[in-house]
Design a protein around this ligand. Structure first.
Ligand code: PEP
Ligand code: MG
Length: 764
């Protein structure tokens, strides 16, 4: 038996990977198993869940007449037991087993061993592979792993046969790319790749580099109809992309020895679907009608997926995801995406994707990552916040980015105007080189203000803080002359970790931040995970609205042990420097009492243990949910300070997802309600003599700063690089003028008028 093992898995894989006729391949596979592994019977049964029965589909060893004739309920026979258990069943001398069932004329009675393995695909049992030998030693327990591996491959073949029959049975009813549509392709829509694309501006920074796509982050909904300038080239592109995707899957499958049978079944079925001729034909037909390969692929794949989704059977319905996965893989290859997205970039690179998460950005961060262009994204998303602190220019909401840009295109990303230039001509490149020079000069001028204070012309001193997330950001705090750290987002350093950070690790990190801050006050915010920041080592429920769900303080209060560990770590670190402790997303007095009482408990424990900490440490909460405002006067009885989180406050107040590009237009810091609520918060805090700071992204906008100073704000914390411009601005205004401006704005009806009015004030 041992001799054939080494080759059998590869031989079966090759047979399946090259299949053109699945039925013939099944015969061939059964023969390969029998020959290589010296079995006397090798049979494949197919399970029909609609009647809970198994039918013999292919055999070598049993009478050929049994195919189609042997059928059984799963409650019968040893093969039925395999299905019931969804696990291998190995029996020596099967005749004596209580579940043995004899089928007349099958010839089964003479076999001394029975090994049955379930054929599983996406958690669904498709049938069973059964092998038997006449000799008692023909199969032993130790053979089960190799047969399980083979069963995974056979499952892939059976799944493919099932899926194939389902899609090809139905008439091709939805030829979406009809001739009318192809007539509407205009010159403007054609594949002209030397121009510019428009997105939303985020920051006044420029980047240049070569386009690089992130394979996991390219979605079909961002692909649109574009006429192909050269259809022959598009045909070649799709051939190559399919070939590369198939090679990639083959490599994955060969690594399948380390995978479970179920995982390799999914991979191999994908390979068969990918090399399926009818899918390729559909794509090529569309290309010949004059569209680019990406769009042709999208249409063909969505058509297949639609057919699966329309099926009654829940399992087949779900297979729509398989075809979409395959399609996305080919799309990634069309875009020239690298197989290993985390491989180091060898030259200045602009990352292109639909959207990426903060975790992905942290993972991919490297010196050659110069800029990011996204088709989606939100101005205050944590990805953008992180990119800002890493000083990487980002443009979001760039329409047609994925249609037009190709791997290796040279791009200029202009964060100030939100424009992405594709393969710009030398004149544009020269213009941008000049702009970069001007920007550097301006930065140098601003840096002269590093040691100066932000004081208005009539004497109000405004403390300008920095928002940070990583230890390296503390350097920026110094570089840009912030006078405190108004927000340290502690979840950022732990997003990439594989386990929850221990008390020692956290304490050491917070101490390092404090010591690097060299005496500046640091407001350490407890974990604010969930929403769009997920720790890989925590299980999150699948939620329809994560920003309204299990997020932030709600998670911390539920995971009390971990939360107390963090509180203890912050307390311990507090003996190393000026520390304040901040709790995010508080919505009630009850939550406030809970966090304060947990701090008290941990303080008592540390005191008992003789561990030093700042006994006078100030505790604060973030006001970022509108419901907190009417009860703020009660909450203030329990805490020492308030920090206004405008990013969340705006999204919750206006019911606009801060990460959703589709509604980005409605996300507005100058909406009259947002201004009124922030004014209320500051007034309530002042009435009760509690310090209040503003720390969302709006706090780095000069028009907002003007209003906040008018409201009496004297602590504002922002992304570090925004500090110099804010300082310069504040040094040129009067508080009394800001108050008047606020008064006028409070009378205005809508954000547009307010924005226009403030624009004049800020740019005068
Ligand atoms: C905010 O919501 O404004 C805030 C500062 O917190 P985060 O952006 O981390 O949600
Ligand atoms: Mg927030």
């Amino acid at each position: 038996m041992a001799t054939g093992r080494a080759r059998i898995v590869d031989d079966i894989f090759k047979a399946i990977a090259q299949t053109r006729h699945p039925e013939k391949t099944l015969k061939q596979v059964v023969r390969l198993i029998s020959d290589h592994l010296k079995t006397d019977v090798c049979s494949v049964y197919v399970y029909d869940p609609s009647n809970n029965r198994l039918a013999l589909r292919e055999t070598l060893g049993l009478s050929k007449r049994s195919v189609g004739a042997i059928e059984m309920d799963v409650s019968e026979g040893l093969t039925g037991l395999v299905i019931e258990r969804m696990a291998p069943v190995f029996v020596v001398d099967p005749k004596t087993h209580p579940r043995f069932k004899y089928y007349a004329n099958s010839g089964e009675e003479k076999f001394q061993t029975f090994l049955g393995l379930p054929l599983i695909y996406h958690q669904k049992v498709l049938g069973a592979l059964v092998v038997q030998t006449i000799s008692l030693e023909g199969i032993t327990e130790s053979d089960i792993p190799v047969f399980s591996n083979i069963a995974g491959q056979v499952a892939a073949l059976i799944a493919y046969m099932g899926l194939l029959s389902e899609v090809s049975d139905k008439k091709d009813s939805t030829d979406i790319l009809n001739s009318a549509a192809s007539r509407t392709i205009t010159k403007q829509q054609s594949d002209d790749r030397n121009g510019f694309l428009r997105g939303e501006s985020i920051m006044d920074r420029l980047a240049e580099g070569y386009a690089r796509f992130l394979p996991e982050h390219i979605d079909f909904d961002q692909i649109h109809m574009v006429a192909a300038a050269e259809p022959d080239i598009e045909e070649k592109r799709i051939h190559t992309a399919i070939k590369e995707a198939a090679e990639q899957i083959k490599r994955l499958a060969l690594r399948g020895k380390e995978m479970s049978g179920q995982e390799s079944a999914v991979i191999e079925t994908h390979l068969m679907m990918l090399t399926d001729r009818s899918l390729k034909r559909k794509i090529i037909d569309r290309i010949r009608k004059g569209v680019i390969a990406e769009y042709a692929l999208k249409k063909a794949v969505l058509e297949y997926a639609e057919k699966f989704s329309a099926m009654q059977d829940a399992y087949l319905k779900e297979r729509a995801t398989d075809i979409l996965d395959i399609g996305r893989r080919v799309l990634a290859h069309l875009k020239g995406a690298s197989e290993d997205p985390h491989e180091a970039f060898s030259r200045p690179t602009i990352l292109i994707a639909s959207d990426i998460s903060p975790v992905d950005l942290l993972a991919i961060r490297q010196p050659n990552l110069k800029g990011i262009a996204l088709t989606r994204g939100g101005k205050t998303s944590h990805t953008v916040i992180l990119a800002r602190s890493m000083e990487i220019p980002v443009v979001i909401g760039v329409e047609r980015l994925l249609d037009i840009v190709r791997e290796n295109d040279y791009l200029i990303v202009d964060g100030a105007s939100g424009i992405v230039f594709v393969n710009p001509e030398p004149g544009i490149r020269a213009k941008y080189a000049r702009r970069r020079g001007q920007h550097e000069k301006m930065q140098q001028e601003l840096s002269l203000l590093r040691e100066s204070e932000a004081v208005t012309l009539d004497g109000l001193r405004v403390r300008l803080g920095a928002n940070i997330g990583l230890l390296s950001d503390v350097t920026l705090v110094k570089k840009y002359g912030a006078d405190h750290i108004g927000l340290y987002r502690t979840e950022f350093p732990f997003l990439l970790r594989k386990t929850f950070p221990s008390e020692e690790e956290q304490t050491a990190l917070y101490q390092k931040i404090l010591s690097k801050a060299e005496g500046l006050s640091v407001t350490i915010r407890t974990f604010d995970v969930g929403g769009d920041k997920f720790l890989s080592y925590m299980a999150y429920p699948k939620e329809e609205n994560p920003f309204l769900g299990w997020r932030s303080i709600r998670i911390s209060l539920e995971l009390e042990n971990e939360f107390r560990t963090q509180i203890r770590s912050i307390l311990r670190a507090s003996s190393s420097g000026k520390t304040r402790m901040l709790f995010p997303m508080i919505t009630s007095v009850e939550e406030t009492r809970q966090v304060v009482s947990l701090v008290d408990i941990e303080k008592r424990i540390l005191s008992r243990q003789g561990i030093p900490y700042d006994h006078e440490i100030k505790l604060g909460i973030m006001v970022e949910v509108p419901g907190t405002v009417p009860i703020l006067h009660h909450i203030l009885n329990y805490v020492d300070f308030i920090s206004i989180g405008t990013n969340d406050l705006i999204q919750y107040l206006l019911a606009v997802d801060r990460n959703n590009q589709k509604v980005a237009r409605l996300y507005n810091a100058l909406h009259p309600s947002v201004i009124a609520v922030i004014d209320d918060i500051i007034r309530i805090c002042k009435q009760q003599s509690k310090p209040v700071s503003i720390c969302g992204e709006a706090a780095s906008r000069l028009d907002c700063i003007l209003l906040y100073i008018g409201m009496g704000a004297d602590q504002i914390s922002m992304t570090p690089s925004a500090v110099p411009a804010a300082k310069q601005f504040i040094r040129g205004i009067r508080k009394s003028e800001a108050e008047k401006t606020l008064k006028t704005v409070m009378e205005m009806e809508d954000a547009f008028d307010i924005s226009k009015f403030l624009n004049k004030k800020v740019n005068k």
